[in-house]
Design a protein around this ligand. Structure first.
Ligand SMILES: [Zn+2]
Length: 136
């Protein structure tokens, strides 16, 4: 294939395989930007868009990774003092379930609640903890 005249080619300087110096791109130019000829591959706008897309992809992947690490740290902190066996058997979910039952039992004892300050504070604590546990 014959080399196109330099005036018909993209003006991007590219490295030449096996050589230290660079050379002009061999491709036919398809557009000009600020008076400089570019092929589609070396179009600075397209190059920047591609770079931006790669960066966005990298950022999204890294954000997901960070969220995973945050989750694992939170899980580890939440499970301090609970055996692995108990965790495997779903003890955390069970505790939430038990707390819900306790709260509804306490709420059914309306009369007692009016008189018992301690029971009122237990019910409020349970309600607060359960609300926290079910937050997203
Ligand atoms: Zn080019």
């Amino acid at each position: 294939m014959a080399l196109l005249p330099a005036a018909e080619r993209c003006q991007k300087q590219v490295s030449s395989a096996g050589y230290w110096h660079s050379r002009q791109c061999y491709s036919r130019f398809s557009l000009t930007r600020e008076g400089v000829r570019y092929c589609k591959v070396h179009d600075p706008v397209r190059v920047q868009e591609k770079r931006d897309a790669q960066y966005a992809e990298y950022e999204a992947k890294w954000a997901k990774e960070r969220e995973g690490m945050r989750r694992r740290r939170a899980e580890s902190k939440a499970c301090e003092g609970i055996s692995t066996k108990a965790l495997e058997e779903g003890v955390v979910k069970e505790m939430v379930k038990a707390a819900k039952s306790a709260l509804s039992a306490i709420r059914r004892m309306e009369r007692t609640l009016e008189e018992d300050e301690h029971l009122i504070s237990v019910a409020m604590h349970l309600a607060t903890v359960l609300a926290k546990a079910e937050e997203e």
